[in-house]
Design a protein around this ligand. Structure first.
Ligand code: GLU
Length: 293
């Protein structure tokens, strides 16, 4: 039997229209999938029910079709698969690697401020610049926590990072591949993220958990994503090992920067592909501009 083809995916979140940075990511996936004879999936990462909207899903599909990128039919939508993430979460809870946390952002900020004042040292931040969770709820009495949950108090579920790393007993690595399929192995340091959230207050999962579970369920072998997600990959590789899931190969593409040298982002009002199209730019021109003529 011939070996199964590699599987690639582009996984945007429908919380706005796609911009040039998304086009770069989608086109890089397309180019590498073609080069390696792979399948190309589109996954809609719509767990954020407060920000994701159906019209943005339609917009994504329209923009990608306009760019001429063809995905396999049957786009997975994360919001239809909360059960899958719940299953993974239950497995981690059973191993005692997850704990409930009732802290508000303000409580975390206050605790961090108090510790900085007491020690005179800056409190460590994660690779995205957020303070590491100071562990306030980590030692809560389990009966107490259960009572608060039963009373409906909003809470997140956090990974006990130290316990998770200890459970694996070995340093983890993953492989990065390039256009020529040259691979090199890199070590992971998930501890720099602290006790990450695995289920949010408003949603029964998190980006880290959903992306890890879906890549495995969809048989993704090659993850192509921007360099802004390179550090987060450490958490994903850790979760893969904890859940007994395979680790894909990874490729991190460069990011497009705006005139101020900042990453293009929907939240910063970068021009959308829809705006560019309405302004008369053709898909071929976008491909050429991004180096995919
Ligand atoms: N959904 C994520 C985003 O739009 C990216 C998915 C991934 O590559 O992990 O930023």
């Amino acid at each position: 039997m011939p070996p199964a083809p590699p599987v690639f995916r582009f996984a945007p979140s429908p919380n706005g229209r796609l911009h040039l940075g998304h086009a770069l990511s989608a086109l890089t996936n397309e180019a590498l999938a073609r080069r390696f004879g792979g399948r190309l999936l589109l996954r809609i990462e719509d767990i954020d029910i407060t920000r994701c909207r159906p019209e943005f899903v339609e917009g994504i599909e329209e923009d990608l079709a306009w760019l001429g990128i063809r995905f396999e039919p049957g786009h997975r939508r994360q919001s239809a698969h909360f059960d899958d993430y719940a299953g993974a979460l239950a497995a981690l809870r059973q191993r005692g690697l997850v704990y409930p946390c009732f802290c508000s952002r303000q409580e975390i900020r206050n605790a961090v401020g108090a510790r900085e004042a007491a020690t005179g040292q800056p409190w460590p931040v994660d690779p995205d610049g957020a303070p590491l969770y100071p562990g306030l709820c980590k030692r809560l009495d389990p009966d107490d926590a259960a009572r608060r949950i039963a009373a409906g108090e909003p809470h997140v579920l956090r990974l006990d990072m130290a316990a998770a790393i200890a459970a694996l007993r070995q340093p983890l690595r993953y492989a990065v591949f390039d256009e020529g399929d040259v691979r090199h192995s890199v070590p992971v340091a998930p501890e720099r993220w602290g006790d990450v959230v695995l289920a949010r207050k408003d949603v029964p999962t998190s980006y880290h958990l959903a992306v890890t579970v879906d890549d495995a369920l969809q048989g993704v072998t090659h993850v192509v994503r921007g360099r802004d997600l390179e550090a987060a990959t450490d958490v994903h590789v850790l979760l893969q090992h904890l859940l007994g899931l395979p680790t894909p190969l990874y490729h991190f593409h460069h990011l497009l920067l705006d005139d101020d040298g900042q990453k293009l982002a929907k939240s910063r009002d970068s021009r959308s592909l829809a705006d560019l199209r309405a302004g008369g730019i053709g898909a071929e021109e976008i491909r050429r501009q991004l180096g995919f003529a």
